[in-house]
Design a protein around this ligand. Structure first.
Ligand SMILES: [Mg+2]
Ligand SMILES: [Zn+2]
Length: 219
């Protein structure tokens, strides 16, 4: 029996969405905006939309992209404290992110090993960035998530495990529905309210540590 925290990255660990920031800075708006709109109104799958967005970025500026996002990313307060709390209580902690390895891993460097990070991959050997999907949907999901959070949960979860989901948005909702406990902020709160999914709101990771300490979630 293990307690597993599956935590979103963009808008959850970092205060803002890194893909949006990257595209706004480096992609031609006329090409990016329709893709963003398509993902939001669900006429494009996340996998297709995100894959096409990164095709807008030349591969030879990789270091510019990494530098831009590393300088800009703000980690939500309390993240280190939550990691330390999880470690000392034998809670398994993993990032499940629709972000891309080339910026997720550097931003989390020194905080988490790459093995604890589930995200999309990238190939810079072609003229523009080609996204790789090592955690694509399994047979139980036909959503074309790109990085499929429920598939990862199904793969990791053993009998008796408790899954705790932490997230902020629509891409966390399917996981939230299946989790044993949900910590939600921003739009994920609205979705949980609309669908009657129990959740605990949070603004910083200190809120989550405090709640974990005072509940039976992990007892
Ligand atoms: Mg998010
Ligand atoms: Zn999926």
């Amino acid at each position: 029996m293990t307690i597993r925290i599956l935590c979103d990255f963009d808008g959850t660990v970092t205060e803002h969405d890194n893909i949006i920031a990257l595209m706004k800075e480096f992609a031609p708006p006329a090409a990016f905006e329709p893709l963003k709109k398509g993902v939001l109104d669900r006429s494009l799958s996340i996998q297709s939309g995100v894959g096409q967005m990164f095709r807008l970025l030349p591969s030879d500026r990789k270091q510019d992209y990494v530098d831009f996002l590393e300088q800009r990313a703000v980690i939500r307060p309390g993240f280190k404290t939550l990691l330390a709390f999880a470690k000392s209580n034998r809670i398994d902690f993993a990032i499940v992110s629709g972000g891309i390895d080339f910026f997720v891993q550097p931003i989390l460097k020194g905080l988490l090993t790459d093995e604890a990070i589930y995200c999309n991959g990238s190939d810079f050997s072609e003229e523009t960035i080609r996204i790789e999907w090592p955690h694509a949907c399994d047979a139980a999901c036909n959503n074309q998530c790109g990085c499929c959070k429920t598939s990862i949960a199904r793969k990791l979860k053993q009998d008796g495990d408790t899954i705790i989901a932490i997230g902020d948005s629509v891409t966390d909702f399917e996981l939230a529905k299946q989790a044993d406990h949900v910590y939600a902020r921003d739009y994920l709160i609205t979705l949980c309210e609309q669908h009657g999914i129990p959740y605990t709101p949070f603004e910083t990771f200190y809120d989550i540590v405090e709640h974990l300490q005072t509940t039976e979630v992990y007892a």
